[in-house]
Design a protein around this ligand. Structure first.
Ligand SMILES: [Zn+2]
Length: 165
């Protein structure tokens, strides 16, 4: 197969939105009275991106590498991306591009888009222009629309020209 050097992956994550937690998305601390709850920093965007990268390289999923142990308590999503970046480059992969959607009712996030892309690109050691981040809302419906959770969906394309099959 002539185009065997490209691999695509999908990632999805959801965390509950609660009082008493910091809100961190794409490695950016966001001013808000609630934050995402989880064993780690609960950065849904970084987690979905990590899962998409692992998926594209067929290296399993986030939970496999970063279980809910003391070692990974409160760990930054950017640290996870750095670790995943090492895993995929060891397997011969480079990031071509990433597209993502963050589904969050409040607060408005567009002002943070560039910083999120820069932070995650920094962790992956790629140009931030390769990371697209889009925002949408739940329009009052479901767990996101009623402010109980935030979700992220990511697709990532990797290249590996060592792959011939
Ligand atoms: Zn997560």
């Amino acid at each position: 197969m002539a185009d065997g050097g490209y691999r695509i992956g999908i990632g999805y994550d959801i965390h509950p939105l609660v009082e008493g937690r910091k809100l961190i998305l794409g490695g950016v601390g966001i001013e808000y009275h609630k934050g995402l709850d989880g064993h780690s920093d609960a950065d849904v965007l970084a987690h979905a991106l990590g899962d998409a990268l692992l998926g594209a390289a067929n290296l399993g999923d986030l939970g496999q590498y970063f279980p809910e142990t003391e070692e990974w308590r409160d760990v930054s999503g950017l640290i996870l991306l750095k670790e995943i970046s090492k895993l995929i480059s060891r397997a011969g992969y480079e990031v071509v591009n990433v597209d993502s959607i963050v589904n969050a009712e409040n607060p408005r996030l567009a002002a943070y888009r560039l910083q999120m892309a820069r932070n995650m690109a920094g962790a992956l050691e790629i140009d931030s222009a390769r990371i697209s981040i889009k925002f949408t809302r739940g329009e009052g419906m479901g767990a996101v629309g009623t402010g109980q959770a935030m979700e992220a969906r990511v697709i990532a394309l990797l290249s590996n020209f060592n792959i011939t099959g």
